[in-house]
Write a protein of this length. Structure first.
Length: 196
């Protein structure tokens, strides 16, 4: 199985099923032809049938799912598939994918839970910051939780996600970003952070 052929098919399926719901044959054809403009409507119909016949799509024509669930599929900017790879797809080889790590086979929600558990178990030792704003982080978390009516645990989870995504950012800045996302009045938070 050529890697480029498989990559194109996996990326197309990731785009089509990005919301995680099963799709009908006509929905997939619409995505391929009208939404993405990769194929003509006739080619899209042929491609969907070919993907079903080659084992990439499973289910009946009103409720199709991709045979692989892989959240780590990335699509480069400006990428589009070769139509020939969709109209005449390589056959799905379950043996090749059985060697993949178990994490790739776990549904997204379970994988998220595993990551969160791993983050909790690998907490780094707390570094004492010399920044005076660090001293009010706990109070700010409670304030944001109370104002947004979201549990403190959820606020802390969102702060950790921001910290992971932005790397070199302070916790108090993550708290401010979470507060802003919740549409809270920022004047009170800015005043608290300015130390006045």
């Amino acid at each position: 199985m050529a890697d480029a052929d498989v990559d194109d098919i996996c990326r197309v399926l990731a785009v089509c099923f990005r919301h995680g719901n099963s799709l009908s044959e006509l929905d997939i054809e619409r995505v391929l032809s009208f939404d993405m403009g990769w194929l003509s409507p006739d080619e899209a119909s042929t491609a969907v049938h070919a993907l079903m016949d080659s084992g990439w799509l499973i289910g009946d024509e009103d409720s199709l799912q991709p045979v692989i669930k892989n959240i780590s599929i990335t699509t480069p900017l400006g990428w589009f598939p070769r139509p020939s790879r969709l109209i005449n797809p390589v056959r799905y080889d379950s043996i090749q994918y059985s060697d993949k790590s178990e994490e790739e086979k776990i549904p997204i929600s379970n994988q998220t839970k595993k990551i969160e558990e791993k983050v909790k178990s690998e907490k780094a030792p707390e570094i004492v910051s010399k920044d005076p704003r660090a001293k009010i982080e706990r109070r700010l978390k409670r304030f944001v939780s109370k104002q947004s009516k979201i549990d403190i645990e959820e606020i802390e989870r969102r702060i950790q996600r921001k910290k992971s995504a932005l790397s070199f950012v302070t916790v108090w800045m993550c708290i401010a970003l979470v507060a802003r996302e919740q549409g809270l009045e920022m004047k009170d938070i800015i005043d608290a952070l300015s130390g006045n």
